[in-house]
Design a protein around this ligand. Structure first.
Ligand SMILES: NC(=O)c1ccc[n+]([C@@H]2O[C@H](COP(=O)([O-])OP(=O)(O)OC[C@H]3O[C@@H](n4cnc5c(N)ncnc54)[C@H](O)[C@@H]3O)[C@@H](O)[C@H]2O)c1
Length: 422
């Protein structure tokens, strides 16, 4: 169809393949589907403009369809230069008549131009994965701040930034931290990223994980998912941490725990998952073995000190797609995957739809909640209300055909009492 929507995508001719894949993902997203059906009837977002900055994947497309069904006027831009699926971007514009600005591999300048294009949409609601739209609104577009009712934030790194803004009194509108919902981080960060990160590493390199020393930096929700799946593939997993509690958990979950300075000398594959900077630094790369593979699955491409690797290398070449080979002066070769960007979304397809079903159910219901409570929310970071979180878990179980027990009256009374002992 001929679109009237503003867009900048790679090629609209890719749309038919995008539609096929979006529909495929939708089959795995029954909770979001049920929300879309209700939104269509109730139109809770009618009259609201939404600027979303998310990974442009099949699952995100289904979220955009849901917001549109609810009456919203939506624009989508990429939240990472490498994560866009070009066929999906084309399908959004050409088939679903949704504005989209995203091209896989876009340079930094285009990336920010696309965010500006989304902000040009004059949104009432923002939807971020890494707080980039909120960042632009709070710097270059301050005049638009008064028009924003609220925002939502998808990921840990974004939530950390927003909480820092709130603490500084800099946050100009309320934001709902979707990442904090249990039905988000317990599943998306852990199982979604766990599986898709391993998938990205394997697709990029075709390495066998069995028998390898696999170093996971960070034992948060993402790190523990990656560690679990790497172990499942037969790797010997080493965890590095800075938090004693999490290091202890990793140890008692059965992993070897080492400082990076030691892990660097023995690891075969490294994956950062910390949300922190320069977790793999120059001194670590200097002692790594020939053939070491480095990947990142944390939000930004700063976890590995890539400029330091470039400075150390005598020669650089693309060894295969998404694999850059750095040859050091002593002949060692170090391989960096997907330019140090989120390997699961850059070199593979990101999280399976069945997991994103819950994350994006949270996004949809958080947007509805924000609109309904526009008058009462303050300039703070809010969690997703517990009732929404629990409803999503209940719906998810139901769509998976899983029944659970209910408390009996006697049990409910017992659990609420303090006077009944042995
Ligand atoms: N790839 C994806 O699709 C995806 C999905 C969800 C989240 N994320 C991102 O992954 C990152 C981690 O998210 P999370 O939910 O696991 O966060 P988290 O806060 O639960 O865990 C991060 C862990 O890293 C540890 N850490 C911090 N600095 C470290 C260092 N220098 N060395 C070793 N460990 C260190 C922290 O102590 C913490 O335990 C964030 O950037 C988040 O935005 C990516």
């Amino acid at each position: 169809m001929a679109t009237t929507k503003r867009h900048d995508v790679k090629d609209l001719a890719l749309a038919p393949e995008g539609v096929r894949r979006i529909v495929w993902a939708d089959r795995q997203m029954p909770v979001l589907q049920s929300i879309r059906d209700r939104f269509e009837r109730e139109q809770p977002l009618a009259g609201y403009r939404v600027a979303a900055c998310l990974h442009v994947t099949t699952e995100t497309a289904n979220l955009m369809r849901t917001l549109k069904a609810g009456g919203a006027d939506v624009v989508l831009c990429a939240s990472n230069p490498l994560s866009t699926q070009d066929d999906v971007a084309a399908a959004l514009v050409d088939e679903f008549d949704i504005s989209c600005f995203a091209i896989k591999g876009e340079d930094n300048e285009t990336y920010y131009q696309h965010i500006e294009a989304a902000v040009d949409h004059k949104p009432h609601l923002t939807m971020d994965d890494g707080a980039d739209v909120i960042g632009v609104l709070h710097s270059a577009r301050r005049e638009q701040l008064g028009e924003i009712i609220a925002g939502t934030e998808e990921t840990t790194t974004g939530v950390i930034r927003l909480k820092a803004m709130e603490a500084d009194g800099a946050l100009a509108f309320p934001v709902i931290a979707v990442n904090e919902a249990k039905t988000k981080h317990l599943f998306d960060n852990r199982y979604g990223t766990g599986q898709s990160t391993i998938d990205g590493i394997i697709r990029a390199t075709n390495v066998l994980l069995a028998g390898k020393r696999f170093v996971v930096a960070g034992y948060g929700w993402v790190g523990r998912g990656v560690a679990l799946r790497a172990r499942g593939m037969g790797a010997h997993v080493i965890v590095t941490e800075v938090d004693p509690m999490r290091a202890l958990e990793a140890l008692m979950d059965g992993y070897e725990v080492l400082p990076m300075a030691q892990a660097a000398k023995i690891g075969d594959i490294f994956c950062t998952a910390t949300g922190d900077k320069h977790v793999i630094a120059r001194e670590h790369v200097e002692v790594m073995k020939d053939g070491s593979i480095l990947a990142n699955t944390g939000h930004f491409n700063v976890e590995i000190d890539i400029p330091a690797i470039r400075a150390l290398a005598e020669e650089t070449r693309e060894a295969r797609q998404f694999v850059e080979e750095f040859t050091m002066s002593d002949g060692r070769r170090i391989y960096l995957l997907a330019e140090g960007r989120l390997v699961n979304i850059s070199a593979a397809e990101g999280h399976p739809a069945i997991v994103m079903d819950m994350s994006f159910a949270n996004q949809s219901l958080a947007a509805e909640y924000a609109v309904q409570n526009a008058g009462t929310l303050e300039r703070k970071v809010y969690p997703v209300p517990q009732a929404i979180d629990e409803e999503i878990a209940r719906l998810k179980l139901a769509t998976m055909g899983i029944d659970i027990d209910q408390l009996t009256e006697e049990q409910a009374k017992y659990l609420a009492s303090w006077d009944e002992g042995t």
